[in-house]
Design a protein around this ligand. Sequence first.
Ligand SMILES: *Cc1c(COP(=O)(O)O)cnc(C)c1O
Length: 717
Amino acid sequence: MKNRSTTASRKSTTASPFDQLAEIAGNLWWTWQPHLASIFEMLNPRAYASSNQNPIVALRRCTAAKRRALEGDAQFVKNVRRAYGDYRRYVRSKTWYQQTHKSKSRRQVAYFCMEYALHESLPLYAGGLGVLAGDHLKAASDLGLPFVAVGVYWKKGYGRQHINSAGKQVSRHQPIKPEDTSFAEVRTESGRPWRLRLPMGADHVTIRAWQADVGRIQLYLLDADLPVNKPRDRKLTHTLYSGDRDTRIRQEILLGIGGWQLLRALKVPVGACHLNEGHAAFLSIERIAERMKDHGETYAQALRYVRNTSVFTTHTPVPAGNEEFDPELVDRYLSKYQRMLGLTGEQFHNLARVKPDDAKENFGMTPLALRTSRYANGVAKLHGQIARKMWSGMFPKKKTAAVPIGHVTNGIHLQTWLHPLMNDLLGEFLGADWSAQQDQKSSWKKANRIPDESLWTLHRQFKTELIAYCRERIERQLRRDPVREMALSGVEDILDPGALTIGFARRFATYKRATLIFSDPARLAKILNNQNKPVQLIFAGKAHPADTEGQALVAEVVRFSRTPRFRNRVVFLEDYDMNVARHMVAGVDVWLNNPQRPREASGTSGMKPALHGGLNLSILDGWWPEGFNGKNGWKIGGGQDHRDTKYDDRRDVESLYRTLEREIVPLYFKQGKEGLPIEWLARMKNALQSIPPVFNSHRQVKEYLKRYYLPAMRNSQ
Ligand SMILES: *Cc1c(COP(=O)(O)O)cnc(C)c1O
């Protein structure tokens, strides 16, 4: 098998800036270099914007005249040279892992996930799970872990959201064309494209794979969209989380079983497997079968080996959210494995049941993953507790506290979410290499030295940028809609740079209660329209195309944004993605999160504004009970669980309104010396010192390494 990184030609530093840019664009390292965007944009601003900031498209559509002009632009050439130097250093330098772990082993961690959010121009993700996986990969690369990842090339991307004139969400697909990516098709040693005929029940599906370089590591994306396949099989890798149960089980076979066979063909020396969510759990079954066949192990030995080398992360505290399949569907596609494992039908299904021999149970991917993974975790401390309780039925001899599910609290990849100017400010006060010490609290203490004036000026600039961004997008939205365009004069009155700005952006899953703040419209209108202390709300988020309730919530927020008393004070930005997220998290004052506790396993979105000094206002759910210290934001409610009653919603929204009216709004508008909101700024700095040093993906990946990856890799020997 050829690995592109070993065969790629090494270009000298005297290459033209365009060769250097092309090499940079060939590695997704660029997705976490905040300063590179302005360089790529210069190549062709329109192509860059219309491709959702895709540097490969911008490079291709850079005209010859533009090239000549840029080649003569000394600043441009210098900036490219510097970026290129940074890139070469990044991929070549000795890593944290090499310095701290002097292991001779070549074994790697293989990470499996259905979705990866690496950049907005690659819509291979739906939401938080993908964001977490993308950030995990980037951190694994930064730290230099021996790591490889497997996912799916969703050819038609994830639905892009438009709001139509009736205020309803319409989804359209934005295909990801191979020529617009840096993906290289995986080839065999003889140079021919690699193909696998993957058995699917009585049939076969032929798949190929693409290699994406993410800094120092490789992400392999599986693809069934080949002309040799039947149309229904080609569609398997078109769209994420769509289609019926039959499609879904085949997609999961593709990821778990196809993904493992790819790593085998590539001869990757896998020491541990990390199943990020249950979607990939068929991987374990394939690995057990392989140990029995190739190593002559008994079923019990093979199961023990696979268990000892598997890490499983669960993300779903809602029972219905845990993937399961009808037993007949599983038999249709996997009966061969039952035979290979030498099991009876009952025994095979028992692997995926909470209670063995309970014939009423479906085939659960979470029980399967838990049974075949010695290392298992939830994604926040609270979620660890919930998960232990939820799955205690699988461990009848253990007390709930002893159920073998721990937790690793999620973090974000700071460089991905950071505004370039905030990066400069942190560099100035924390030290140029602050990022290498991002998980050290002592390093962030220095944020205290940032002058109030500088932080406030920068924050106001981010907010101004956010408002300009909102107006531009809303104008575009209105241009598609001639009726409303006539009704509204212009967009310059939308949002007010002087107003306290609250952001709410996430998937519109019902448990997240996007419309909670509208429970008492009159009371909210009074808060927002206070002449001297104006407040405004920016919303964004997609509902799953099959989730009619979620879509109704989108429509409701849009409807409120169009009623006279909320006009210009409440906006809904369409097409929430990583780009919208980056703008929002830099520019808002307050980040609102009001899920039904404890349904938010972790949530990561609130960690992103904190990196810019934004303050969270959140239910004590997910990561927030660990993050909240009394001074870096606010809590809604007192940590009560939601029991699905109207009373719980009323209690929470009352707390939300009171906190806004009595604490947040007065504090924001309380001016100290020189017209600065001194107390607010103190909270911003507190957020900056207390949240990023803990809730970053470097800390997260180091925890996985120490607690799970290293022990699992040792067990593999
Ligand atoms: C951060 C982020 C998420 C995760 O948001 P949660 O509120 O934690 O679920 C989802 N989508 C996008 C685009 C994000 O940037």
